[in-house]
Design a protein around this ligand. Structure first.
Ligand code: FES
Ligand code: ZN
Ligand code: ZN
Length: 296
C-alpha cells in the first residue's frame, strides 16, 4: 500500500499516507482548526490528564505556538486517585519537560479539602463536573480566551449516539468543536482541536512522536458505556466525519437553548440553582455525606 502523495509505504489506510505525510497532515488539520475558529493570538489553557488525546494536543499546540502566536499554559488537576493520579502526573510532567513548558498543578486536597476517592457513588460523573468547574474558574480568573479539550472524533460520535438513543436533543445542541466564551456569565469557552481526528490517527501520531500517555483508563470507569460502544461499533473515518458534519448542519435548525444562568450564592460562579453543584459536592464531601455507597 503506497502513500497517496509519494511512493513510500503508507502507514495508514485512510487517509493513505506515509509517516512523513501523515505527520504533516495531522498538524495541518490542527492548524486549519486554529484558522477556522480564529484562535490566532489567543490565550489557551491546556489541560493534561495524561491520556493520549491531551498529550497529543499539548504537543501539537507547542509546535504551532510560534506560527499562530498562541499563549499557552499547561494545567494538571491532582485528583487523589491512588496510582492513577500519580501515573498521570508523571506523564504530564514528562510531556511538559519534553516540550519545555512549566506545568501548573492544582491539588484538589490542598485547595478544596477533598479528593475524588471521598466520593463513593458514581465518582466519574462528579469528577467530570469538578474538573469542568475548576478549569472554568481558573481560566476565568486568569483571563484565558479558551480551555483546550482533548475530545476526538470517536468521542463525539459516541456523544451524539448516546444522546440520540436517550432522546436527549438539548444535549445534542451542546455538541460541537467550540463553545463561545461569555465573560459576563463567567463562562470560558471550550475548544476541541482534535474534533475532526479519529482515535486511530491520534494513537498513531503519539506513537510516531514517542509521546508517553497513560494506557489504563480511570479505575472507576472500567465498565463505561463509552468503552462498550466503541468496541461494538465499526464506522469508517468518512462515516464518522459525515455524522458530525450532518449534526453540525442539523444544529442550525434547532432552537437556541434558553437556560437561565444565576450566580452561585457561595462561590459566585454560574449555576442553574442557588448553590452550584461543585459547592454542594464540596460541602457534602467535607461532611462525609458522599462517603457511603448509595443503596439501590
Ligand atoms: Fe475521574 Fe473517573 S474518577 S474520570
Ligand atoms: Zn508520502
Ligand atoms: Zn458555587
Amino acid at each position: 500500500m503506497k502513500c497517496q502523495l509519494c511512493k513510500s509505504e503508507a502507514i495508514l489506510r485512510s487517509p493513505r499516507l506515509c509517516e512523513t505525510h501523515f505527520i504533516e497532515y495531522f498538524e495541518r488539520k490542527i492548524g486549519k482548526f486554529i484558522d477556522k475558529y480564529r484562535l490566532k493570538n489567543k490565550k489557551l489553557l491546556v489541560t493534561i490528564s495524561g491520556g493520549k488525546d491531551s498529550v497529543v494536543i499539548s504537543y501539537v499546540l507547542s509546535k504551532l505556538k510560534e506560527k499562530y502566536n498562541l499563549s499557552l499554559e499547561y494545567f494538571f488537576i491532582r485528583l487523589g486517585i491512588p496510582y492513577f493520579t500519580e501515573k498521570s502526573e508523571e506523564i504530564a510532567k514528562n510531556v511538559t519537560d519534553k516540550i519545555g513548558y512549566p506545568l501548573t498543578i492544582y491539588d484538589l486536597k490542598e485547595k478544596e479539602g477533598f479528593v475524588i476517592p471521598d466520593i463513593k457513588y458514581k465518582p466519574c460523573s462528579y469528577c467530570g463536573m469538578i474538573r469542568r468547574y475548576i478549569l472554568n474558574r481558573y481560566a476565568y480568573e486568569n483571563e484565558f480566551d479558551y480551555i483546550v479539550m482533548g475530545h476526538n472524533l470517536d468521542d463525539e460520535v459516541f456523544f451524539i449516539f448516546n444522546n440520540l438513543f436517550g432522546k436527549n436533543i438539548p444535549q445534542i445542541q451542546r455538541t460541537g468543536p467550540l463553545t463561545e466564551t461569555i465573560k459576563e456569565k463567567k463562562l470560558i469557552g471550550r475548544i476541541k482541536p482534535l474534533y475532526y481526528l479519529t482515535e486511530e490517527e491520534i494513537l498513531l501520531y503519539a506513537k510516531l512522536n514517542n509521546l508517553p500517555y497513560i494506557g489504563c483508563a480511570c479505575p472507576n470507569s472500567i465498565e463505561s458505556t463509552q468503552k462498550k460502544f466503541k468496541s461494538n461499533t465499526v464506522f469508517t473515518r468518512e462515516q464518522k466525519l459525515n455524522l458530525v458534519y450532518s449534526i453540525l448542519e442539523i444544529k442550525k435548525y434547532l432552537p437556541e437553548e434558553e437556560i437561565e444562568i444565576k450566580f452561585c450564592e457561595k462561590c459566585g460562579y454560574p449555576t442553574t440553582s442557588n448553590v452550584c453543584k461543585f459547592c454542594r459536592t464540596k460541602e457534602k464531601t467535607q461532611k462525609g455525606e458522599l462517603k457511603q455507597k448509595r443503596k439501590r
